[in-house]
Design a protein around this ligand. Structure first.
Ligand code: PMP
Length: 383
C-alpha cells in the first residue's frame, strides 16, 4: 500500500531497529547478548508494584483520566519537583505522558514550526534528531565539549530550540550549575527556547544533578523539562513520564495528546505517582556502579579502545577510532560473528565510537559479552 511522502523521508530509530533485530534472532533460537539499549534487569520499585496490584484489586475499572494526567498525581509530581529538584511548579504546568518520547514530540510540535532549527549536542540520543525530522525541523548538531563555555555558545548558530540532555546519554556527562548558568544566559540573550531531558536524573555516580529550571525563571525563559520513569526507576515498558512547561505550552501539548493517546494509561499513572516519590534508587545504583567499574576494568588493558568510566547513566561510550574500521561495519560484524549487539556511534551522530548498555543481563553475561567484543577487536587488529 502506498505510504505518504511525509513518512518516506523518515527512518525507524536505529536503536529500535537494532533491538528488533536482536528479538528476531532470539526468536530463531540464536542467543544474542544485547548491549544495544539499556533495559534494566531490575524490576520497578516494590512500592510501585504493590500500588499497582492494589489499584487493580480495588478499582477494577480503570477510567480515563484527564488528558494531562490525574489531578492528584500531578499534585504529587509538583511536590517531587519542589523537594527533589528545587523547582517551583503548579499542577497546571505538568502533563503526564507516555514516556519522555511523547513529551519530546509534543514539546517540539508545540513550540516550533516546520523549518525551525533545533540545536542538539552530539553524540545524541537518536530520538532528538528523529523527532525533529518527523516534524520537519532542522537539527544543528554540535559536538558536546567537556565543559560548556560562553565562548563556545557564542560561536554557535542561533537556534529556535536547544535540547539539553542532563545527565547525558551516552557520555554520562552531568552538567554543572556553572555550565547551566552559561546556557541560561546564552538562551536568554538569543531568545531560544530550551528543552531539558532529565530522564537519567537519578542515575548519578559522580557529581550531582541540577535542574536548569531550578536556577532560573523558567517560565519567562521558556524552559520545558522532561522526566521519565523508564531509566531512573527501571520502568521502561510502563511508558510513563511527564513534562514541566509554562501553562500555555501544557495546554497546547494537551491539544495534541488528546486525539493521539488521550491520557497516559491509568495504571502507569498509579505507578508513576509512587515511583517519582520513592527518591534515588540506591540498591540499583550500587549494582550499576559495580557493573560500570567491572566493565571499565575489563576494557582498561585493551589497546584499541578508550573507555572512561561514565559519571552517570547506563551506557559505556568507547572510542574505537584506532581500529580504522567503520563503526556501522563493526556493529554488523559483531552481531554476525560474535552474537553481541551494540550501537555504532554513527546512530548517535559520532562515527568511530561504540555505545554499550551494561545493565540488562546478569554480570556473567556482561563479562561474556565484553570478552567477545575484545576477541573481535583483537582479531581485527591482528589481521
Ligand atoms: N531520554 C533519553 C536521553 C533516553 O536515553 C531515554 C531512554 N532511552 C529516555 C529519555 C526515556 O524515554 P522514555 O521515557 O520514552 O522511555
Amino acid at each position: 500500500m502506498h505510504t505518504s511522502a511525509r513518512i518516506a523521508s523518515s527512518r525507524p530509530l536505529a536503536t529500535t531497529a537494532m533491538h528488533g533485530r536482536v528479538e528476531s534472532l532470539r526468536a530463531e533460537g540464536v542467543p544474542v547478548i544485547d548491549f544495544s539499549i539499556a533495559i534494566s534487569h531490575f524490576p520497578a520499585p516494590r512500592p510501585v508494584l504493590d500500588a499497582v496490584a492494589h489499584a487493580v484489586e480495588r478499582e477494577r475499572t480503570m477510567p480515563y483520566t484527564s488528558v494531562v494526567g490525574a489531578l492528584d498525581v500531578r499534585a504529587r509530581l509538583a511536590d517531587k519537583l519542589r523537594k527533589e529538584n528545587g523547582i517551583d511548579a503548579d499542577v497546571g504546568e505538568i502533563i503526564v505522558t507516555n514516556g519522555a518520547k511523547q513529551a519530546l514530540y509534543e514539546a517540539l510540535y508545540t513550540i516550533t514550526d516546520p523549518g525551525d532549527s533545533v540545536l542538539v549536542f552530539k553524540p545524541h540520543w537518536p530520538a532528538y534528531v528523529a523527532t525533529s525530522q518527523l516534524l520537519g525541523l532542522r537539527p544543528i548538531l554540535v559536538e558536546l565539549p567537556d565543559a560548556i563555555t560562553p565562548q563556545l555558545l557564542d560561536s554557535l548558530e542561533t537556534p529556535k530550540v536547544v535540547i539539553i540532555n542532563n545527565p547525558h546519554n551516552p557520555t554520562g556527562k552531568v552538567y554543572t550549575p556553572v555550565e547551566l548558568e552559561h546556557i541560561r544566559a546564552w538562551v536568554e540573550r538569543i531568545g531560544a527556547r530550551v528543552i531539558v531531558d532529565e530522564s537519567y536524573e537519578h542515575l548519578i555516580f559522580d557529581g550531582a544533578h541540577t535542574s536548569l529550571a531550578a536556577l532560573c525563571d523558567w517560565r519567562k525563559i521558556g524552559v520545558i523539562t522532561i522526566f521519565s520513569a523508564s531509566q531512573s526507576y527501571a520502568m521502561m515498558g510502563w511508558r510513563v513520564g511527564f513534562a514541566l512547561a509554562p501553562a500555555e505550552v501544557v495546554n497546547a501539548m494537551q491539544t495534541l495528546q488528546g486525539p493521539i493517546t488521550a491520557a497516559a494509561p491509568h495504571l502507569s499513572q498509579v505507578a508513576a505517582d509512587v515511583a517519582f516519590a520513592t527518591g534515588a534508587p540506591t540498591e540499583m545504583m550500587a549494582d550499576y556502579r559495580q557493573r560500570r567499574d567491572l566493565a571499565v576494568r575489563l576494557f582498561a588493558e585493551v589497546p584499541w579502545i578508550v573507555m572512561h568510566a561514565p559519571a552517570s547513566g547506563p551506557y559505556l561510550w568507547g572510542d574505537v577510532r584506532s581500529l580504522t574500521m567503520d563503526t556501522v561495519g563493526f556493529a554488523e560484524r559483531l552481531i554476525e560473528e560474535k552474537k553481541v549487539a551494540i550501537m555504532p556511534g554513527d546512530a548517535l551522530g559520532v562515527p568511530g565510537f561504540i555505545r554499550l548498555g551494561y545493565i540488562s543481563d546478569d554480570v556473567a553475561t556482561l563479562r561474556d559479552g565484553i570478552r567477545r567484543i575484545i576477541e573481535f577487536g583483537d582479531a581485527y587488529k591482528a589481521v
